[in-house]
Design a protein around this ligand. Structure first.
Ligand SMILES: NC(=O)c1ccc[n+]([C@@H]2O[C@H](COP(=O)([O-])OP(=O)(O)OC[C@H]3O[C@@H](n4cnc5c(N)ncnc54)[C@H](OP(=O)(O)O)[C@@H]3O)[C@@H](O)[C@H]2O)c1
Length: 248
């Protein structure tokens, strides 16, 4: 019960890493609120969780939605001990083929969404709260076609450092978790066939030192550590959980 009676908000809790983290933090005694854009999906996954959660259908690109998240969390929890800014998307954006609309879509969710989620939620954070940002192993390497995804995650990595400095007076710690290739729904969202997606996963797995994709639970465990007081001496840091992909 490493988060006994702690209150937690997770954006993008209806799937993958956010859902696994919600489940783990509930098992560790936390009260959890989570968001996603799809209200029906939130209701569906709620049934799989080991305890009751507060679900709020909200898009991180909408300031109105974010304010509603703030208001509901304030009303039900009063304040927050942990905020996991996890909602994000991933798709390819080749330099010569990417429209401004596609640019805006990715950057609005992955960077602007994180920035304004934090701005809206920050007043709810209690002294000593822990904020976890979800970045990516891509934040420091060059991969053809992934410029915007990589740049968005480098921006998120940077925000953990600046916000830790900015919120030092309130004793709020902001750290990042950096997943490698994790087997979640994110890989299917780009619209390829199931065979294409499986083939792509196998190609990626072959390049990972541990030879398999990670599980959402692997990232949830790192997020739990960053959420708990066990990481109390960490500020502005990044935990890489990628089967050795970016390190070996
Ligand atoms: N899986 C990987 O290999 C990997 C690697 C590195 C980093 N990451 C990062 O990990 C995070 C979670 O990804 P995942 O793999 O768990 O993907 P996922 O299974 O697709 O889950 C993404 C979650 O974010 C929500 N979401 C997406 N856009 C949103 C928006 N505009 N507003 C609110 N919620 C939104 C989704 O719900 P709705 O669709 O219902 O809105 C869903 O709950 C992302 O930030 C991703 O970039 C993943």
């Amino acid at each position: 019960m490493r988060l006994r009676d702690k209150t937690v908000l997770i954006t993008g809790g209806s799937s993958g890493i956010g859902l696994a983290t919600a489940s783990l933090m509930l098992r560790e005694g936390a009260r959890v609120a989570m968001t996603g854009r799809d209200a029906a999906k939130l209701e569906e996954v709620k049934k799989q969780l080991p305890a009751d959660v507060l679900t709020i259908a909200a898009d991180v690109t909408s300031l109105t939605d974010l304010q509603r998240v703030h208001d509901e969390v304030k009303q039900v929890f009063g304040g927050l001990d942990v905020f996991f800014a996890n909602a994000g998307v991933a798709f390819v954006t080749p330099l010569m083929e990417t429209s401004t609309a596609r640019y805006d879509e990715l950057m609005d969710i992955n960077v602007k969404g994180v920035f304004f989620s934090m701005q809206t939620i920050a007043p709810l954070l209690r002294e000593g709260a822990s904020v976890i940002l979800n970045t990516s192993w891509l934040n420091q390497v060059g991969t053809p076609g992934l410029s915007l995804l990589s740049a968005s995650k480098a921006a998120v990595r940077s925000l953990a450092q600046t916000w830790s400095a900015e919120l030092l007076g309130r004793k709020i710690r902001v750290n990042a978790v950096s997943p490698g290739a994790i087997d979640t729904f994110i890989h299917s969202r780009s619209g390829g066939s199931a065979d294409d997606i499986n083939a792509a996963k196998q190609r990626i797995a072959a390049r990972i030192p541990l030879k398999h994709l990670g599980e959402a639970e692997d990232i949830a465990q790192a997020a739990l550590f960053l959420a708990s007081d066990e990481s109390r001496y960490m500020l502005g840091a990044e935990i890489v959980v990628d089967g050795g992909f970016s390190q070996l």
